[in-house]
Design a protein around this ligand. Structure first.
Ligand code: NAD
Ligand code: UD1
Length: 330
């Protein structure tokens, strides 16, 4: 297939581009590098040994998007491009709604016009809000506590309504759990600007000595060791989930959790990192982070049954590959 990948220079997008080309697909990337670096494109080529077309453009710019669709003939699209920092979305709601919602509208419109009938969308487990774990795709979505989450829920609705009104147009809404890890080459991985908010990049930067110590946000949750539980998924497994999703996308609206189905606590993840990498990560227990929930993990059975996809990598693989990327690139 000829696949347009928006945000293909980013963390999940770059790994997915490698997996798509390994599976024999041709890709075109569009990215404006608002949260990534152009060197990533060379690294994708180095890992895959393949070349691809690239457009530096903003996917909220309808003229640019029109041009990309007019110059190519795509079979499908995977839309990663978006802003993703939850805290920042509270401070800058308009930027988040504009970037994440307008991009979805413009791309969906272009798909209808140019008869690109497969649309895969990066959603998030955050749309489940405070439902009971494990989260299943049939649950009613609960309001999220931040604009970022709302942009995902709104984009899901826009794409669902568009697919209902246009029987040739099909969508796959992929709700990711917590992606961590990196390509085993150490060439691509998660490279956040500034001080990370998310656990794994923070731990990696404490391990290099760039940050002094980790704050563990709360040890009084109703979880086995009192710290927050999440469903961490290796980014390469997640990338392969996208290949399965687009290859199996034929009709209608398809919603899939992409997770492992297993919960891991903050302390379990930190201790696995220390043990596997044989490196110290000083930490201290602090109060709960506002907005956090105790546990978040997937019922991952639907993707396995319908897409024939399930995760292969372990927590040990995730902490090893995260550290391998960090120490080669900091
Ligand atoms: P990322 O920031 O690393 O990648 C996003 C890419 O999109 C970046 O390269 C950025 O430069 C680009 N981009 C952003 N806005 C753009 C625009 N208007 N035009 C062109 N390019 C633009 O993020 P990621 O972790 O790879 O996440 C990819 C997608 O998955 C996002 O939509 C994110 O919300 C979603 N998601 C991520 C996570 C996670 O934990 N990483 C979890 C759930 C969902
Ligand atoms: C965050 C986002 C969520 C997004 C998800 C995946 C927030 C509030 N939520 O969720 O919308 O879908 O990433 O990208 O940012 N922790 C610490 N110390 C730290 C950092 C985190 O103890 O320095 C703990 C948290 O309290 C949580 C766990 O580690 O229990 C994971 O945190 P994080 O990596 O930020 O992901 P989520 O909270 O799941």
């Amino acid at each position: 297939m000829n696949i347009l990948v928006t945000g293909g220079a980013g963390y999940i997008g770059s790994h997915t581009c490698v997996s798509l080309m390994e599976a024999g697909h041709n890709i075109t990337i569009v990215d404006n590098f608002i949260n990534s670096k152009k060197e990533v494109l060379d690294r994708i080529k180095e890992i895959s040994g393949k070349d691809f077309k690239f457009y530096k453009a903003d996917v909220t710019n309808e003229v640019s998007v029109e041009k990309i669709f007019a110059e190519n003939s795509f079979d499908g699209l995977i839309h990663f491009a978006g802003l993703k920092a939850v805290g920042e979305s509270v401070e800058k709601p308009l930027e988040y709604y504009y970037n994440n919602v307008v991009s979805t509208l413009i791309l969906a419109k272009a798909c209808l016009k140019y008869k690109v009938n497969k649309f895969v969308f990066s959603s998030s487990a955050t749309v489940y809000g405070e439902n009971q774990v494990p989260f299943t795709e049939t649950m009613e979505l609960l309001p999220t506590t931040n604009p970022y989450g709302e942009t995902k829920a709104i984009s899901e609705r826009i794409l669902t309504d568009t697919a209902k009104a246009n029987p040739d147009f099909s969508v796959s809404l992929l709700r990711y759990f917590n992606p961590i890890g990196a390509h085993e080459s150490g060439l691509i991985g998660e490279d956040p600007n500034g001080i990370p908010n998310n656990l794994m990049p923070f731990v990696s930067k404490v391990a290099t000595g760039q940050l002094e110590k980790l704050s563990v946000f709360g040890n009084d949750y109703d979880t086995p060791d009192g710290t927050g539980v999440r469903d961490y998924i290796h980014v390469v497994d997640l990338a392969e989930g996208h290949v399965a999703a687009i290859e199996n996308l034929d009709t209608g609206v398809n919603v899939f959790n992409l997770g492992t189905g297993k919960g891991t606590s903050v302390l379990e993840l930190v201790n696995a990192f220390i043990k596997i990498n044989d490196i110290d990560v000083p930490y201290e227990i602090k109060g709960r982070r506002p907005g956090d929930i105790a546990s978040c993990y997937a019922d991952a059975s639907k993707a396995e049954q319908e897409l024939g996809w399930k995760t292969k990598k372990t927590i040990e693989d995730m902490v090893r590959d995260s550290w391998n990327f960090e120490r080669k690139n900091y």
